[in-house]
Design a protein around this ligand. Sequence first.
Ligand code: FEO
Length: 431
Amino acid sequence: MTHLPSTSRNGMAEATEAVEIRPGLHWIGALDPGLRTFDIILRTANGTTYNSYLVRGSDGVAVIDTVKAEFADDFFARLESVARYDEIKVIVLNHLEPDHTGALPELMRRAPQARLHISTRAPAMLKALLKPSEEHPLEYQAVDTGDEVSLGDRTLRFLHTPFLHWPDTQCTYLVEEATLFSGDVFGCHHCDSRMFNEQCGDFRFAFDYYYAHIMRPFKTHVMDALKLIEPLPLQIIAPTHGPILRDRPRRYLTRYRELSTSTFAERIGNEEPTLVVFYMSSYGNTARMAESIRTGAEEAGARVSLYDLEGGEIQPFVDLVESADALAFGSPTINGDAVKPIWDLLSSLAVIELKGKLGAAFGSYGWTGEAVRMIEDRMRGLKMRVPVAGLRIKLIPTDEELAECRDFGRALASAIVSGEKGRVIDFADLG
Ligand code: FEO
């Protein structure tokens, strides 16, 4: 058997049938329309897909990515509808997360002659995944940007695109069909059995939402990847989740560029060092501290924004945080803890790059005052620097204590203005 017919009907994904994208190029993935939460944190109103692709050349077949383990039966049925296992010469893994490698061990058993192709950052991850032994050593080919593998009349070329969104990520380009197998990049959690973007209704929300939660923390890596991808002739983008992008695929590159560069701060200009102060206050004491901190920081040359979390939504604050140089969080201590809105905001910051930003904590307290130290620990956990020791004031601040708050603000602003964000001493290092 060399070339089994496409078995899709009406271009839609049937339970056990591959979908033809081009002659000899098939989608052999799986649909998961009932999923409502992905990876514990992502909402999926339309479920998702685990996209896997099969490329047939004159000298062998390549399988690009697999599916989540629970969907292996669908994947193998679709694969078998267009190829035999002994034809598979190459298995490419663009990214080793389990939703794309769940069926890999069984595929390797069924196609033992196939050579694994993974990125140069993936071997350690692959070993952890497959647990090789002396009896069953691991064989693979680590590939980098520009490396190619031939399928006879078709060529797969690799692009190293790390951190999108795991360190091991790569993209694979089918030269003769101008098709980019992009992994999670340009993907989205949107399940529609019609499979192709021009047939799948409006999934822009899912596309942007996926970017915001998966790619946003890696904006600089997105820009590096775009430098590799944008010069390529491009007729199809075939991601690992969501619709296959064959209608005007460059729009999705443009959108990624927009999402990776266009922040509100950049649009309006942001030349001054910026400090955003968030606070909650039970009796107005932490609020008075926040106001004095603002005064001091402004005296030292920072542009300061002050927000009472009691009156705001989390998402716009996340955008503010992303464009700020420094953050200060003020919380009273209630039952030995900082208050919930502070934690809500701090726990929402994992979607942005915080490394190198400065952080500070302050608050009024009645008995024990643990909140300040807890907030500082969390900021350090987010890889922020905490250059000024946290400021705690028992109950109502005196005039002298408000002067301390101004000094605190001044010191924090000076740390930004000095331009030494990456080198300031963290007070924790001195303890
Ligand atoms: Fe879809 Fe990062 O796995």
